[in-house]
Ligand binder design. Structure first.
Ligand code: ATP
Ligand code: MG
Length: 418
């Protein structure tokens, strides 16, 4: 993409009420636009990051044999009555409205009940099971406080997956496979080393649910870590878990974290409450065993920004960066324009995502400052000087020194075929 075609520009103006680092940087870089507290638009550069995160999650969920779909944002009150979760005293973050004829509807904050309801049409016999479904969907939650930028939205993108099984053992196997898939996801996203599978409250069947908690100063959670045993416990269940695991509290280290994922084993509770059953091989009616698995897509993006930035801006891990290369053309001479244009199409054709700064009205310093703020992993310069030398100037976002490289060496560094 050419910078001259990009509608956003970097800015120093951040809304006065924006206190979080992630939103400040993302607004300055033009990745997001703040509509109001807890509601952000994802602009072209921000959307590319969201899509990169989604694609990594998608690949891992597909590998689990899950089916991608999109459920509706408008939800029927009746769907939520059997489990008691329409009640505002039970779920305190509902946005509710009504149709013109007075029918009450809610805006999707989760899809557990609607998915179970939908499956009444598709699951009848043991032959239909197991199945797993997932989606990327914008959830609406009327959160009390929204001060953590995109880490806590009143509207945010979640990946939610639901699995359905004939028996507890099958669910447990899938649940454990999902834990492994989640570990791969966070690893690929660049936060694997700081993300812990954490004992948390909840889970209708098992005593604990599992959260994925990433060490992050701006996070809203606190966990207790046993690094040697690789055990992590959310503070909300600390007494229970310590007893269960046979460890003592003073062996544990207290750290601030952000919850980037959460998985539940519901056992047969939801199916029994909502009346979703299947017929087994003997013609008997049986309850389904259900698991529910979330990842906060936009929260993960916020966490990455919180963890990977410096005084100049964002430092994206390569796998999620909006572009891999920031190509800065310095100068307007024909041979410089020609060399930069050619490199741009060469890289693009090789499958490398390039943001091409083809502006005539920006100075070198401005282009470099933008490249740093955007956090793009590689900055490549084409100028009178580089054209004369028959080389390019390449600098990684993470290093201080620029180096002279040939086009061929650059392609090699990027792992792209010439
Ligand atoms: P929290 O405790 O942070 O409020 P939760 O336990 O209510 O989150 P879940 O219902 O488990 O959240 O949702 C699955 C995932 O969605 C969470 O693990 C988190 O990563 C993300 N998430 C939840 N609420 C928000 C929010 N308001 N903004 C952004 N992401 C969120
Ligand atoms: Mg949770």
């Amino acid at each position: 993409m050419r910078v001259t075609q990009l509608f956003t520009r970097t800015t120093k103006n951040v809304p006065a009420d924006e206190v979080s680092k992630n939103a400040q940087l993302l607004i300055q870089a033009g990745f997001v636009y703040k509509e109001m507290a807890g509601a952000y638009a994802y602009l072209p550069l921000g959307l590319r990051v969201v899509e990169n995160i989604k694609q990594i999650v998608r690949e891992e969920m597909n590998a689990l044999g899950s089916n991608e779909l999109i459920m509706t944002s408008l939800q029927h009150k009746d769907t939520w009555l059997p489990t008691g979760r329409w009640d505002d005293k039970v779920v305190d973050i509902w946005f509710k409205s009504h149709l013109q004829d007075g029918t009450e509807v809610g805006l999707a904050w989760s899809h557990e009940e609607p998915i179970v309801q939908m499956l009444q049409q598709y699951v009848h016999s043991y032959k239909d099971l197991p199945i797993s479904l997932y989606q990327f969907q914008t959830k609406m939650r009327n959160e009390l406080r929204a001060k953590s930028g995109i880490m806590r939205g009143r509207e945010f993108v979640m990946k939610d997956m639901y699995s359905f099984h004939t028996n507890a053992k099958d669910l447990e196997q899938y649940y454990n496979d999902t834990i492994e898939a989640y570990k791969r996801v966070y690893e690929r996203l660049g936060i694997g080393d700081d993300t812990y599978v954490t004992f948390a409250s909840g889970g209708a069947f098992t005593k604990f649910s599992h959260e994925f908690q990433t060490i992050c100063e701006a996070g809203e959670d606190i966990i207790y870590l046993h690094r040697a045993k690789n055990v992590a416990i959310n503070e909300e269940v600390i007494d229970d878990a310590v007893k269960e695991l046979g460890i003592t509290r003073d062996e544990l280290e207290k750290v601030k974290t952000a919850e980037v994922g959460n998985i539940f084993n519901f056992g047969t509770q939801k199916t029994d409450e909502m009346g979703l059953f299947y017929t087994d091989a003997d013609g008997q009616q049986q309850s389904l065993h259900i698991g529910s698995y979330g990842i906060g897509i936009t929260r993960v993006m916020g966490v990455i920004v919180e963890k990977y930035s410096d005084e100049k801006g964002i430092v994206w891990p390569e796998a999620v960066a909006p572009f891999r290369v920031y190509l800065a053309r310095l100068g307007e001479n024909d041979d410089v324009i020609k060399a930069a244009d050619e490199l741009y199409s060469h890289l693009t054709q090789a499958g490398v995502a390039v943001l091409y700064d083809d502006r005539n009205d920006a100075r070198a310093g401005e282009k470099f400052a933008d490249a740093d703020l955007y956090g793009i992993p590689y900055r490549v310069v084409v100028s009178d000087k580089t054209v004369a030398a028959g080389k390019l100037e390449m600098k990684k976002r993470t290093s201080k020194e620029a180096q002279a490289v040939s086009a061929k060496e650059l392609m090699k560094q990027l792992g792209a075929e010439a």
